[in-house]
Design a protein around this ligand. Structure first.
Ligand code: PLP
Length: 222
């Protein structure tokens, strides 16, 4: 069961400057509807197939955020409806999104995912790759690159977390003028375990799953 009191508390805590993306991966449609009925409209998903299936069943005014690693050959399945793609980690991917968005006569909001964690396993661009991609943005009219996304290390060390978020914020501040400045305004950082630190360090979009829906038990939650 979802505790809607927790949801309301988080909404109050975030205020009007930070957007909550409720991460609903591996959650059932009825669980999503519980938050929808409380007024939540931004939901985040990690897997293409799962997202496509849920989108077909759920209300059309949900803003779907794709936050997982995205394979180029699967872009076409989500471009008809996806609201924002947080996980752009290569120019090849950004070009494919641009191409599929054009086919759908859309302009799709994208965030560039930057590698800030110490762990090797987390996806994302390094600083040099970020510069290279940013230089190509003007040639891609069907994507609107509106900010950066990052995932911090899985660590209990608050100084480490803070340092990683600071690094992303500083990249965000220095990338803004390269793209179109007015639309480069989203900094997606912070999850259930670290969103308070992320907001203190300048996040304006947090992606929260387990705190809202309870712990994910892999494979059993539909
Ligand atoms: C799963 C996931 C989240 C949410 O994680 P929680 O710890 O459950 O809040 C946020 N961002 C990304 C990219 C994720 O994959």
């Amino acid at each position: 069961m979802i505790n809607t009191e927790t949801y309301k508390e988080i909404i109050r805590e975030l205020g009007d400057k930070v957007t909550l993306v409720a991460v609903s991966k591996m959650r059932a449609v009825n669980e999503i509807m519980t938050l929808y009925n409380e007024g939540q409209r931004d939901f985040g998903e990690n897997y293409v197939q799962e997202l496509v299936a849920k989108q077909a069943e759920l209300p059309a005014d949900i803003r779907w955020h794709f936050i997982g690693h995205l394979q180029t050959n699967k872009v076409k399945y989500i471009t008809p409806f996806v609201y924002m793609i947080h996980s752009v980690d290569s120019l090849k991917l950004l070009k494919e999104i641009n191409k599929q968005a054009a086919t759908n006569e859309r302009v799709i909001k994208c965030l560039l995912q930057v590698h800030i964690a110490q762990e090797e396993t987390k996806y994302g661009l390094d600083e040099k790759e970020l510069e290279d991609i940013t230089a190509s943005i003007p040639k891609l009219p069907h994507v609107s690159v509106c900010g950066l996304m990052g995932m911090a290390s899985t660590t209990d060390n608050p100084d480490q977390l803070r340092m990683e978020f600071k690094e992303l914020k500083s990249l965000f501040d220095s990338s803004g003028d390269i793209s179109s400045p007015s639309s480069f305004s989203t900094l997606s950082m912070g999850m259930s375990g670290d969103y308070i630190t992320a907001i203190e360090e300048g996040s304006n979009m947090v992606r929260i799953g387990s705190l809202l829906f309870g712990q994910r038990s892999a494979g059993t939650n539909g």
